[in-house]
Design a protein around this ligand. Sequence first.
Ligand code: NDP
Ligand code: GUE
Ligand code: MG
Length: 291
Amino acid sequence: MTAKVIDGKAFAAGLREQIKLQTAAMIAQGITPGLAVVLVGEDPASQVYVRSKEKQTRETGMNSFAHRLSAEAPQAELLALIEQLNNDPAVNGILVQLPLPAHMDEAAVINAIRPEKDVDGFHILNVGRLATGQKAMVPCTPLGCLMLLRDLLGDLSGKSAVVIGRSNIVGKPMAQLLLRDSATVTIAHSRTRNLPELCRQADIVVAAVGRPNFVQGDWIKPGAAVVDVGINRTDDGLVGDVDFAAASQIAGAITPVPGGVGPMTIACLLASTLTATARANGLPDPEGLTP
Ligand SMILES: NC(=O)C1=CN([C@@H]2O[C@H](COP(=O)(O)OP(=O)(O)OC[C@H]3O[C@@H](n4cnc5c(N)ncnc54)[C@H](OP(=O)(O)O)[C@@H]3O)[C@@H](O)[C@H]2O)C=CC1
Ligand SMILES: Nc1nc(=O)c2c([nH]1)NC[C@@H]1CN(c3ccc(C(=O)N[C@@H](CCC(=O)O)C(=O)O)cc3)C=[N+]21
Ligand SMILES: [Mg+2]
């Protein structure tokens, strides 16, 4: 059997078209959504992502505000910038690119963002809202994965899902979203004992590990949906966390790397910026862009 290769790049392009239309409708009402992206330091990969975010933000008709701080900037300088953005009515969304330099306290920085403008969904209030089933800003990567899975499978109710990875930015919120859709969710991590067996029972496997080709083909249940979040730079180029060649012989559907989850992350960031703008202006949530 050969899996359907899920075209995240095309799905994301379609999403951006919808966002563009809804942004135009908002601009016609005198409201232009604005996204501020803050980059601390000169990490080359982060610079690439930030440039890509700025470009796509502008292409959808939103305002993009970029702020760059040196790797040595004191945390107080970053907190002062966040406070300025919190109070700027033209800024509806704030993203502070992670990771931050080691001298900064990531949680303190994230929690300084006004939760309504926290388009990453990393603020403690949004984490708690998601966990308790309240209206929240939802992390972009898991939201993108959820959209792909719903599009592929329809109702996720009763499906068994294994999420490999328990980070605050991918694994945990992914598990929360799947649980909210009534999937039966197992979260695996580096201390998990019987990972291949757990995966073999799963209708859905989401891999967010950060190890190239970690998930083996024979871990996959025939016909299962495999979502590969991993971004690993190797001598063979960019590869995911799943052994794609092997897994795509067995899975029902699989996301490629690149061209799978990555483009969805950025499209969902724009979707969340539109959602934040709508909520800030007392408008209904945008159609088809919230979980
Ligand atoms: N496509 C996209 O848009 C995005 C891609 N990424 C990519 O996704 C990947 C994961 O990112 P992130 O969540 O931040 O990574 P983290 O490093 O924060 O988390 C990795 C997780 O994998 C677990 N893990 C590590 N080794 C094993 C193992 N041998 N068996 C089982 N679990 C293991 C860790 O377990 P433990 O907790 O026990 O250490 C941890 O929970 C990375 O490749 C990253 O680049 C990230 C964000 C967005
Ligand atoms: N505050 C914050 N929010 C984030 O969402 C965030 C972050 N920090 N730090 C880094 C990670 C990583 N991340 C990616 C986004 C897009 C691609 C992406 O577009 N990937 C392309 C390939 C890009 C390439 O060629 O390098 C693809 O998979 O097709 C990947 C990874 C967001 N992150
Ligand atoms: Mg991490």
